[in-house]
Design a protein around this ligand. Structure first.
Ligand SMILES: C[S@@+](CC[C@H](N)C(=O)[O-])C[C@H]1O[C@@H](n2cnc3c(N)ncnc32)[C@H](O)[C@@H]1O
Length: 352
C-alpha cells in the first residue's frame, strides 16, 4: 500500500470514495470542496493506493486555529477519513493517520485533533489505536436561515406596497415593474445579458412575470450563448405568470424568498437586486447567494435600476466594495444619455 498526496489526476476516484462517505453532499458541493482542497495550502488529502494503482482510502486534513482539548493555535485536523469496505481491517486507516501526523508536523503543528460521529464505534477505535484520546463530547447546533419569519413578513409588506400591481398592465415589461417604451427596456436590461459570456444556467431572483428571463434567453442566443432559465419570486401571481410565459421551463420557476429559499442546484449566473432585503441584511444576503447558489466558476450579477428616477445620484452598488465584495466588472444601461441601470459582476472565485 502506498500513501501519497492527492493531485488533480485523482479527482474521479477520490470523488467516488467521498460520495460513499458523505452521500448527502451534492455532486456540485463535492466538486467545490475538492477544488478548494487542491488549491489551498492549508488543506491536504492523502490517499491509500493499492498495488494495482487503485485508491482504496483517503484522509482529508486541514489546519485549524482552534480544536477542542488542544493547546496550540495551529492544529492538524482530520476532516474526514474513509477506507473502502473490502479493504477494512488491514491497518490502512492507521497508515493514513500516521502519514497525516507527518504532514501536520511538517506544517509546524505539534498537535492533531479529529472528531467522529457519536455512534461510529469503528472510527472511535481506529482513533484510539492511532493514539488519539477522547477529550469531550459535544452536541452541535445550527440555525439558518436567520429571522426567517420576520423576513417573510417584511417581503409580504413589499408585495403589498411595491409589487402588487405589476400584472395590471398589458405590456410585458410593465408587468416586470418597468415603465416606458420597449427600446428603453432593452437599453436598461440588456446589460444583464452582456454579463453572460458562456452557456449555462441563469437564475433570476425576483423574476416577476418572466419577461427578463425570456429577453435574456433571446439576447444571449444572438451571440451563440445558450441560457437555461430559472426563476424565483415572492409573489404567487407573478410566479404563475412566468410559468405561463415559459411553459417548457415551468418546473424551473419557484415561489420563494431569495433570502430564505434553498436551491436544489447551483447556477452559472444569478441575478438579484439589493433592495429585496432590508439594508442591514444586504451583506448577509449576498454572502448567502455566493456561498449557496453559485457554481465554482459562477458569478452573481447585482443589478440596480433607477428607471423611475431619471438622474440617479447615489448608487447602492457603490457600497459593495465597502461590504467586502470584489466586483470584477460593471455594465451600464444608458437611456437618453443617462445611466439608469448598473450591473455589478461578483465572481464566486473572488468572493467565496
Ligand atoms: C423589479 S422586479 C424585477 C423583474 C426582472 N427580474 C427584472 O430584472 O427586470 C422585482 C421582483 O422581485 C420580486 N422580489 C422582491 N423581493 C424578493 C425576494 N426577497 N425574493 C424573491 N423575489 C423578490 C418582486 O415580487 C418582483 O416581482
Amino acid at each position: 500500500m502506498i500513501i501519497r498526496e492527492a493531485t488533480n489526476g485523482d479527482i474521479e476516484q477520490w470523488m467516488n470514495l467521498r460520495q460513499q462517505l458523505w452521500p448527502d453532499c451534492s455532486l456540485e458541493d463535492h466538486n467545490l470542496e475538492v477544488a478548494t482542497i487542491l488549491s489551498s495550502p492549508k488543506d491536504k488529502t492523502l490517499l491509500a493506493v493499492d498495488a494495482a494503482g487503485k485508491i482504496v482510502g483517503f484522509v482529508e486534513l486541514s489546519i485549524r486555529s482552534y480544536a477542542e482539548g488542544c493547546e496550540s493555535k495551529s492544529v492538524g485536523y482530520v476532516e474526514g477519513m474513509f477506507v473502502t469496505q473490502k479493504n477494512r481491517r488491514k491497518g490502512i486507516s492507521q497508515e493514513l493517520l500516521q502519514a497525516a501526523e507527518h504532514w501536520a508536523l511538517k506544517q509546524g503543528c505539534f498537535e492533531m485533533a479529529s472528531d467522529s460521529d457519536i455512534t461510529n464505534r469503528i472510527s472511535h477505535l481506529s482513533h484510539q489505536k492511532a493514539g488519539f484520546e477522547e477529550v469531550e463530547r459535544t452536541i452541535h447546533f445550527k440555525k439558518g436561515p436567520l429571522l426567517e419569519q420576520q423576513l417573510d413578513t417584511w417581503c409580504s409588506g413589499q408585495i403589498e406596497s411595491i409589487y402588487k400591481n405589476y400584472l395590471e398592465s398589458s405590456q410585458s415589461w410593465r408587468q416586470s415593474g418597468f415603465s416606458g417604451p420597449e427600446e428603453r427596456w432593452i437599453a436598461c436590461r440588456r446589460p444583464i445579458a452582456d454579463c453572460i459570456t458562456k452557456s449555462g444556467s441563469f437564475l433570476d431572483i425576483g423574476c416577476a412575470n418572466g419577461y427578463l428571463l425570456e429577453s435574456v434567453l433571446g439576447w444571449t442566443s444572438e451571440h451563440g450563448i445558450k441560457t437555461e432559465p430559472y426563476g424565483i419570486d415572492i409573489s404567487e401571481p407573478l410566479v404563475a405568470a412566468t410559468r405561463d410565459r415559459l411553459p417548457e421551463y415551468k418546473e424551473s420557476i419557484h415561489l420563494g424568498n431569495g433570502f430564505t429559499w434553498y436551491p436544489k442546484m447551483r447556477f452559472d449566473y444569478v441575478r438579484t437586486e439589493l433592495c429585496y432585503v432590508p439594508k442591514d441584511y444586504q451583506k448577509a444576503f449576498l454572502n448567502r447567494l455566493v456561498t449557496l447558489f453559485l457554481k465554482i466558476e459562477g458569478s452573481l450579477l447585482v443589478a440596480e435600476y433607477h428607471s423611475k428616477d431619471d438622474s440617479p445620484t447615489r448608487w447602492e452598488s457603490e457600497t459593495l466594495n465597502r461590504m467586502g465584495f470584489r466586483v470584477s466588472e460593471t455594465k451600464s444601461g444608458i437611456w437618453k444619455q443617462k445611466e439608469l441601470t448598473r450591473v455589478s459582476v461578483l465572481p464566486r472565485e473572488l468572493n467565496a
